[in-house]
Design a protein around this ligand. Structure first.
Ligand SMILES: Nc1ncnc2c1ncn2[C@@H]1O[C@H](COP(=O)(O)OP(=O)(O)O)[C@@H](O)[C@H]1O
Ligand SMILES: CC(C)(COP(=O)(O)O)[C@@H](O)C(=O)NCCC(=O)O
Ligand SMILES: [K+]
Length: 257
């Protein structure tokens, strides 16, 4: 039973076709499209795929984007869409948000993936789960799998655009990350990168103090690689975290095939 997993963020749609709907499944094909280009999927990358048996996805984009994806799934394969929403509990995780359903579905699924990943590699320990995409999210999960809460901050692009549009003198090309930036480009690029790194380090401190144990820091997202060289704490970069989460949720929802 093959599974088409879809993750729609505010910048790009990422998809992956697996040969089974559970962790450990083999990946048959995958890709990513900017949201402006998703209408071309049914005539492009998806046209060449064998018909998937199931679809499971998460989306934080506008409803119109999700509907354009659903239309193509139906047109190509008559495949009903199943979207994961954050809930009070799923796949071993419990949700500490004031209103659990208001938590971004991508954040919830990434935490499921991170917990699955951590448990596959050793005993349960607290986690800090970081997603660096359009926005940046930094989540705290205790060793019991309780989501304690998380930060949302602007991603690299939004930080730069906010500074550009709010000032007269900050229209400059992208720079390098430096400890002591000596030009405007480097100052902006370094400021953004270290703002994100600082938030992550701060959440690690919060979790360490709250749980009395050293958290594992796990990072994902399209711009995760930009942060990797500039982190002062130990972390693991796992590009597939959301897909790993969708596979784990698929295992619970569809059962072993
Ligand atoms: N090939 C790429 N083209 C453009 N941006 C990229 C690319 N790879 C990574 N990025 C960075 O990743 C961010 C988008 O990451 P992504 O995880 O797709 O975001 P989202 O899930 O919010 O759609 C962009 O803001 C950009 O900084
Ligand atoms: C925080 C987000 C904007 C992140 O979006 P992304 O960077 O993945 O495109 C998204 O998870 C979202 O819209 N969340 C809903 C609000 C919340 O999680 O509290
Ligand atoms: K995302």
């Amino acid at each position: 039973m093959s599974l088409l997993a879809i993750d729609i963020g505010n910048t790009r749609l990422k998809w992956a076709l697996y040969d089974a709907p559970h962790p450990g499944a083999a990946i048959l094909a995958h890709g990513a499209e900017f949201l402006e280009q998703i209408d071309a999927l049914s005539e492009g990358a998806w046209a060449r795929l064998p018909a998937p048996d199931r679809m499971l996805g998460c989306s934080v984009a506008a409803d119109a984007v999700r509907r354009r994806v659903e239309a193509q799934l139906e047109e190509l394969w008559d495949l009903p869409a199943q979207w994961v929403h954050a809930s009070a509990a799923e796949a071993g995780l419990t949700n500490g948000y004031d209103h659990p359903a208001r938590l971004g579905a991508d954040r919830w699924v990434a935490m499921v993936g991170a917990r699955q990943h951590a448990l596959a590699h050793g005993p349960a320990r607290p986690m800090v789960v970081v997603m660096v995409g359009t926005a940046v999210t930094v989540e705290a999960v205790d060793e019991e799998g309780r989501f304690l809460g998380g930060f949302i901050l602007p991603g690299h692009g939004i930080m730069l655009r906010a500074l550009e549009s709010g000032t007269a003198g900050l229209h400059v090309p992208t720079g390098e990350v430096r400890a002591f930036p000596t030009n405007t480009s480097d100052a902006l690029t370094s400021g953004g990168t270290y703002a994100i790194a600082g938030a992550i380090e701060r959440m690690v401190q919060h979790v360490r103090a709250h749980c009395g144990a050293e958290p594992a820091c796990i990072m994902t997202g399209g711009a995760g690689w930009k942060m990797a060289p500039h982190m002062s704490i130990a972390f693991e970069l796992v590009d597939s975290l959301i897909f790993d989460g969708l596979l784990e949720i698929g295992r619970h929802r569809f059962g072993p095939s």
